[in-house]
Write a protein that binds this ligand. Structure first.
Ligand SMILES: *Cc1c(COP(=O)(O)O)cnc(C)c1O
Length: 457
């Protein structure tokens, strides 16, 4: 059977999924609701409507509807870069001399270079539908900002991006890609917002952080008529849109009767992993099939493996709603030597709940191991992976090597979320042998967790 499986499995246009799948519909324990940071009461739709687009608020709060039809405009845009292939990594299997069968779902085939476009186009679409002028957001490494700029250009929306200052300075090409698509890009913290000015006053030399850029983007949205804030990960709505990854992957594998034993994804805020595993997790939750799910995070930013399951702020400025999630504390910043992305302090509430209930596993990897896996993969399979994606590659290679020892013919599916063309400074450090590992110390973790808000529910 396996001989017949092509190197790349593509779906035809009519095999492409026409609805997103909402895994919350099949969860017995639903993810905890977002809380209002002022009252600590669950956020109502009306409260959320001030920050997010109306339709996206409905998706955010809907724990029961299993399928959401994908609007035709979004399907049309998806056609420009989807379906994305499921690749049978024959070359990697051979190089590793493993009996394991390795598949990856490749999301790097669009200009943003990552899976983030899947949600960007959806969020921009609903903003446009609502008659808004534009959206605001933050970006760290730049993939999300790029994806949103592309989506806004397509739909004719204004796009204001707060880019973490170090990235703004270190990744000028990312910045210019966004500007080419028409976005207005501001380094964060900036003096365009109250929260930005406050942070600059206290820490004039701060390199910025995602949490801080989020605060600025939210403030800008709520103080500008006709603008809403959009977020590229963590939220329930984002996992819903990203379910397209898993639905396509499952449809492609089903065509050949392939059932993965182990599904691996890197985990920053949880959107690609949540999207990839959703339909498989649905089967597990309904008791129809069993799968082993593995979230892979950096040792320097280990929210699932070492964080606390608690309500926390989603941003440094504490203006956003609180989410119950595995968190390292909203003031957390990974060590400055960390170069591999996945820097967010928290994790999607959906994945946090599933992890808490024992439906998935998590592991950490160190960055030199991650870049070693990236290099090996690039040389063998040809694709230059994003450092984020390479966390999943590392874990997949390690699992395949275990199979070589045990002789087990495990079927492994991992998410290859994007390409690393804008990460060459980090690759350069690795190539020059200058990259060091950083593992979060217990002391630093304890210190960071002291800032958790006190919430009694
Ligand atoms: C943003 C990003 C991630 C991490 O975000 P998740 O929400 O955890 O998926 C992973 N890979 C790439 C290429 C990214 O751009």
């Amino acid at each position: 059977m396996s001989e017949k499986i092509p190197y790349k499995i593509y779906l035809s246009e009519d095999e492409v999924p026409k609805a997103w799948y909402n895994v919350r519909a099949d969860m017995k324990n639903k993810p905890a609701p977002l809380l209002n940071p002022g009252t600590l009461k669950p956020m109502t739709a009306e409260e959320l409507d001030g920050v997010f687009c109306d339709e996206l608020v409905k998706q955010e709060l809907d724990n029961d509807t299993a399928y959401f039809e994908i609007p035709q405009t979004i399907l049309d845009y998806y056609k420009t870069y989807r379906p994305s292939p499921v690749v049978r990594a024959y070359n990697l299997e051979k190089a590793l001399d493993t009996p394991a069968k390795i598949y990856f779902k490749f999301e790097g085939n669009n200009t943003s270079g990552s899976h983030k476009l899947n949600s960007a186009i959806a969020q921009a679409y609903y903003a446009k539908q609502q008659g808004l002028k534009g959206v605001t957001t933050e970006t760290g490494a730049g993939q999300w900002g790029t994806a949103l700029s592309m989506a806004c250009a397509y739909l004719g929306l204004d796009c204001k991006v707060y880019m973490v200052k170090t990235s703004y300075e270190q990744k000028p090409f990312r910045r210019e890609v966004m500007r080419t698509y028409g976005a207005d890009v501001t380094p964060s913290p900036s003096n365009t917002t109250k929260v930005g000015r406050e942070i600059l006053e206290r820490f004039p030399d701060t390199p910025g952080s995602l949490g801080c850029a989020i605060s600025e983007a939210v403030e800008t949205a709520v103080t500008h008529e006709g603008y809403r804030y959009v977020l590229g990960s963590v939220l329930n709505q984002v996992l819903l849109h990203q379910s397209i990854i898993g639905l396509e992957a499952k449809a492609a594998l089903d065509k050949y009767g392939v059932k993965p034993d182990l599904i691996i994804g890197c985990a920053g805020g949880g959107s690609n992993l949540g999207g990839l595993i959703s339909p498989f997790m649905g089967e597990k939750l309904r008791g129809e099939a069993n799968y082993d799910f593995l979230a892979v995070e950096p040792a320097s930013c280990p929210s699932l493996t070492r964080g606390k399951y608690a309500y926390d702020f989603c941003d440094t400025g504490m203006v956003c709603p609180l989410a119950k999630m595995y968190t390292l504390g909203s003031g957390f910043m990974p060590s400055p030597i960390h170069a591999g992305g996945l820097r967010y302090h928290g994790m999607s509430s959906i994945l946090s709940q599933l992890y808490h209930d024992g439906y998935m596993r998590a592991a950490t990897v160190k960055q030199t191991e991650v870049f070693a896996a990236a290099e090996q993969f690039a040389r063998i399979e040809g694709i230059l992976p994003a450092p984020e994606s390479s966390h999943a590659i590392r874990a997949a290679i390690d699992e395949a090597l275990k199979c070589r020892e045990s002789g087990e013919e495990k079927t492994i599916l991992f998410g290859l979320t994007g390409t690393g063309y804008f990460d060459m400074v980090a690759y350069g450090q690795y190539n020059d042998g200058l990259m060091k590992d950083s593992v979060l110390t217990d002391e630093a973790l304890e210190e960071s967790l002291k800032g958790l808000p006190k919430v009694d529910l």
